[in-house]
Design a protein around this ligand. Structure first.
Ligand code: TXA
Ligand code: MG
Length: 534
């Protein structure tokens, strides 16, 4: 099929109206997003919409009108609250759901006994609907699942050859789809946030409930109040991940993962300081702008070839609720919160790459809790732990109040019982000090910590971790080469050292996550996956 390109001039508007009246499909501009229009009262015309979009048939369509009086034949009755909403917000980005009459076909209502009605503010849309002379069913004019189109070019990219015509009315002002409210439930309920905010609705009609699906994923088997909410949505081809936190934390995080596959979606002006390719979607704190640019930015990222996109998190208030609602779906609910305190315990055999991972995490904004240092600190001159050690291992382990570390080491060498005794004296103290350090840093705005402890589990340090990670390198030769290079020792010495260490299974059985650092598997993507699971 050849798709006709039309302009917002009278002649073309009449053509669009005629095609719609005769059962064809025309993409029309509205103030929210482009809609894929068909005669809402003609089942075979409506079916073509589902085909062109690849949309599931149980997902109902919004019926568009160009005059308030046109709602009357579509709905059973118009309650007082509907009248109040229509007065305040029509024409405009608000869709109202009411029990439907029989003239609205099941195809349009997705089998439901209600109908969603909207009177768009866009003048071209109004003229096209008037010319058609029938109410127009119009979902967003994108391929199902992709970001909604806010420019005629977006529609062309998705629909060329599949529909009769596209009328180019320029960029859509609002940029996200209309607010959807149902009055067919006991209490008015907001199903989809948009340009008309929850506050505006409450100011107009009083109590309005917020549907659970606005922010949260539907649970397995849960029924969607709005069928569209259960489907994958607004998703570019890339994996999108929302990153909550300050810009500084975001910057550090994203820059540390810099690679050709990693992209960022950020607020205007922030892209200059990011080392990855970034696309802005409006100014920070300006939800209207963010809504306007969001879908275009998501489509741009696909054009740029993004594989993974880290995005800044918008405020959820006002129109921001709509922006967040779309973004969280684009992200398939993947959120990394840099302001949630996370303590990671790292463990693994020598040469596997604990140090390497630790460095990477530091670059990402983690602070290392150095347990070796703490162990030293608590056995310094004058510390109470020394008295305990003295009682256990003899007066002479102190010389002038200083611990004779060599002597102590000799005394406990190869004696499991003595080692246990030392540990039982020092480990609780090390844990306590680690906790204090974490609390102090938290007060200064630090939220992410790593505990690099060779004896993570034996010491009980794992108990203060949110998650534990084993770093392994199944390639023994590579591990040995690393140890030789790092410590400047001979192959023989390295062999002895490696032999004294537990096998990989010892670590992987106990830890929550495993990072394979064999020089082949990409470590960054393993780290990202771990964060997404926490
Ligand atoms: O701004 C908009 O509303 C755009 C423009 C083109 O007007 N249209 C739009 O349509 O976003 P669509 O089909 O992409 O989204 C309609 C949403 C879907 O989530 C659908 O499930 C819901 O409204 N919906 C429609 N009729 C419904 C009904 N009777 N009950 C519950 N939800 C309904
Ligand atoms: Mg849609």
């Amino acid at each position: 099929m050849k798709t006709l390109m039309l302009n917002p001039i009278d002649k073309d508007i009449e053509t669009a109206g005629r095609i719609l009246r005769e059962g064809g499909l025309v993409a029309i501009p509205t103030e929210t997003v482009y809609g894929l229009g068909a005669n809402a009262l003609n089942p075979s015309a409506v079916n073509k919409i589902f085909q062109a979009k690849g949309r599931p048939n149980d997902n109902p369509l919004i019926v568009h009108i160009s005059d308030i009086s046109q709602i009357k034949p579509l709905v059973k009755e118009i309650p007082e609250k509907a009248k109040m909403l229509m007065t305040d917000f029509w024409p405009g980005p608000l869709t109202i759901i009411l029990p439907k009459t029989d003239i609205v076909p099941q195809e349009t209502s997705g089998g439901l006994d209600t109908v969603a009605v909207r009177f768009p503010a866009n003048e071209t849309a109004q003229k096209i609907i008037s010319c058609a002379g029938v109410p127009i069913a119009a979902p967003s004019a994108n391929t199902s699942g992709l970001p909604s189109p806010t420019k005629a070019q977006h529609v062309f990219d998705d629909m060329d050859g599949k529909i009769d015509a596209i009328l180019d009315g320029g960029e859509c002002k609002v940029g996200v789809e209309s607010t959807v409210i149902t009055l067919a439930t006991e209490k008015p309920r907001l199903l989809r946030p948009g340009g008309v905010t929850l506050e505006m609705l409450r100011d107009c009609i009083g109590e309005v409930e917020l549907d659970d699906s606005v922010f949260a994923k539907l649970k397995e088997g849960e029924r969607a109040s709005s069928p569209g909410m259960k489907y994958k949505h607004y998703s570019p081809k890339a994996d999108v991940v929302i990153v909550k936190g300050t810009y500084d934390a975001f910057k550090k995080y994203v820059n540390s993962l810099c690679s050709e596959n990693v992209f960022a979606l950020c607020f205007e002006g922030e892209e200059n300081q990011l080392q990855v390719s970034a696309t802005p979607f409006g100014k920070k704190g300006n939800a209207e702008e963010q809504a306007h640019f969001l879908f275009d930015a998501l489509r741009k990222l696909d054009e740029m070839g993004a594989k993974i996109v880290f995005t800044r998190c918008p405020d959820k208030s006002g129109v921001g609720m709509a922006v967040y609602n779309r973004l969280i779906r684009a992200a398939a609910y993947r959120v990394i919160d840099l302001e949630k305190t996370i303590v990671l315990g790292l463990t693994g055999a020598t040469g596997a790459g604990k140090g390497f991972l630790s460095k990477k995490l530091v670059a990402m904004g983690f602070e290392v809790i150095d347990t070796d240092k703490i162990a030293h600190q608590i056995t310094e001159k004058g510390s109470p732990i020394l008295q305990k050690l003295q009682r256990a291992f003899g007066e002479d382990i102190l010389i002038d109040g200083e611990l004779d570390r060599k002597l102590l080491a000799k005394r406990v060498f190869r004696d499991k019982k003595s080692q246990k005794l030392i540990n039982s004296i020092t480990h609780p103290e090390i844990i306590m000090i680690s906790k204090e350090k974490i609390q102090l840093s938290e007060k200064n705005g630090q939220h992410r910590f790593i505990i690099d402890a060779p004896l993570l589990f034996e010491s009980g340090m794992d108990k203060i971790c949110n998650a534990t990670i084993a770093v392994i390198c199944p390639d023994e030769r590579l591990r040995m080469a690393r140890v030789i290079e790092r410590d400047g020792i001979s192959e023989e010495q390295a062999k002895v050292r490696m032999k004294s260490q537990p096998k990989d299974e010892f670590y992987t059985e106990k830890t929550d996550f495993v990072v394979v650092n064999d020089g082949k598997k990409d470590v960054d993507s393993q780290i990202i996956n771990i964060f997404l699971k926490m």
